[in-house]
Write a protein of this length. Structure first.
Length: 256
């Protein structure tokens, strides 16, 4: 009799423990799903407005930007053109800017992708003397440090950046990831000069379940205020230095 009662008691505790564990798992998963929203990307964007005739009319006249794509390896022009077109569609529908792959340039032995100022300076030098380009894009890939940080992220969250743009001219973009969200985010930095980050596509943080996977908070769309600034600066001259506040000047091209 006593043995039977003990068995029932253990069974009861076991079931109760399982229920507690299941509840903890539910709470954990709910928190995981909410983190992207809470961190940065919540807020109204223009996603639901892009097919509105009045919205589309604001995108005119359209501007075409000549893009120089710089790689360290022999460029696969077909693949890079397709990638540029894919990522460029959402830019066109939001602000009326189209991207034209004007030049493919191979530059070997660039500084490490994590030597931000060094790489930007080398890319700037590669673009000097070449005409007919407005924006330069360097799909660089991840460096050794990024792989190490990615492995650390499996155990301890460590901030990692996916791309950057120079703050001298705001026209040279380096990308570690070819995810379109990273591309579009850095591209719009070329036109949003009053601040660095807000929400929507211009959120300063993303959340990934695993390193090197697409972010969960992966909207591609601007909020309305940021779109207004992009339209305001749509026709800026990329030959002149950007007029940034001291607070937003970080990644500068070194003086030769």
């Amino acid at each position: 009799m006593e043995v039977t009662m003990m068995a029932k008691s253990r069974t009861f505790r076991s079931e109760r423990q399982r229920n507690v564990e299941l509840q903890e798992i539910r709470i954990f998963l709910s928190a995981i799903l909410l983190i992207p929203c809470l961190l940065c990307s919540c807020g109204r964007t223009v996603k639901d407005l892009v097919h509105n005739p009045d919205f589309a009319l604001q995108n005119h006249p359209k501007r075409t930007l000549n893009v120089m794509i710089v790689t360290e390896e022999e460029p696969d022009t077909r693949e890079l053109t397709q990638w540029l077109e894919t990522c460029g569609r959402t830019i066109d529908e939001q602000v009326g800017i189209t991207l034209k792959p004007a030049q493919f340039v191979q530059v070997k032995n660039l500084p490490s992708v994590n030597d931000i100022s060094g790489r930007l300076t080398a890319l700037h030098s590669a673009g000097e003397g070449r005409n007919d380009w407005d924006i330069m894009i360097n799909p660089a890939g991840y460096g050794t440090l990024d792989i190490a940080l990615g492995l650390m992220n499996l155990f301890l969250p460590v901030p990692m950046y996916q791309g950057y743009i120079d703050d001298t001219y705001r026209k040279i973009i380096v990308l570690k990831s070819r995810d379109c969200r990273t591309f579009v985010h850095e591209f719009f930095h070329a036109f949003i000069l009053s601040h660095n980050h807000s929400n929507g596509i211009m959120a300063g943080m993303t959340f990934q379940l695993l390193p090197f996977t697409p972010p969960l908070n992966n909207t591609l769309y601007l909020n309305e205020k940021d779109r207004d600034e992009v339209l305001k600066n749509k026709w800026r001259d990329f030959r002149t230095k950007s007029q940034l506040s001291l607070e937003t000047q970080r990644d500068l091209i070194r003086k030769e």
